[in-house]
Ligand binder design. Structure first.
Ligand SMILES: [Zn+2]
Ligand SMILES: [Zn+2]
Length: 138
């Protein structure tokens, strides 16, 4: 499985993660907008075992996701850049990695799917072939 490197903006934290499939899932949800300061984030659900923090420490805060279950957001305490989330609704062995922070992931091409399309900004075009009002199966 290919391994990718990432780092936060200030450089105090670095990580590696194993990526089963080189693809982005674009998310338009309200939490992503607040956390990124932009209109969407790029993500993928990956095995938690494949993530390794190789420098620094992460802090965590917890919020309620749409499912009503807790989501833990892990972030650099200095610059707040967030490498991943843990949505407990996905199970304890999976995390949501921010694929846009991984070196070389800009070469993966357009997103494979878009989620929370209901929250897409009116001026934002759909770029993926598949899109879901919230999440697949909801
Ligand atoms: Zn940082
Ligand atoms: Zn989101």
């Amino acid at each position: 499985m290919p391994e990718y490197k990432g780092h936060c903006h200030c450089g105090q934290t670095e990580w590696t993660v194993e990526i089963p499939e080189e693809k982005h899932i674009l998310c338009h949800c309200g939490a992503c907008k607040l956390q990124s300061g932009g209109e969407f984030t790029l993500n993928q659900i990956v095995p938690k075992d494949g993530f390794r923090l190789t420098k620094g420490d992460l802090k965590v805060y917890t919020y309620k996701g749409d499912s009503g279950n807790n989501t833990d957001c892990f972030f650099c305490a200095n610059c707040t850049c967030s490498p991943y989330h843990h949505q407990h609704v996905q199970g304890e062995d999976k995390i949501v990695i921010r694929t846009g922070l991984l070196e070389g992931s800009d070469k993966w091409g357009k997103p494979a799917a878009e989620i929370y399309d209901k929250d897409r900004a009116s001026w934002q075009p759909q770029t993926a072939d598949a899109s879901f009002a919230t999440v697949p199966g909801a």
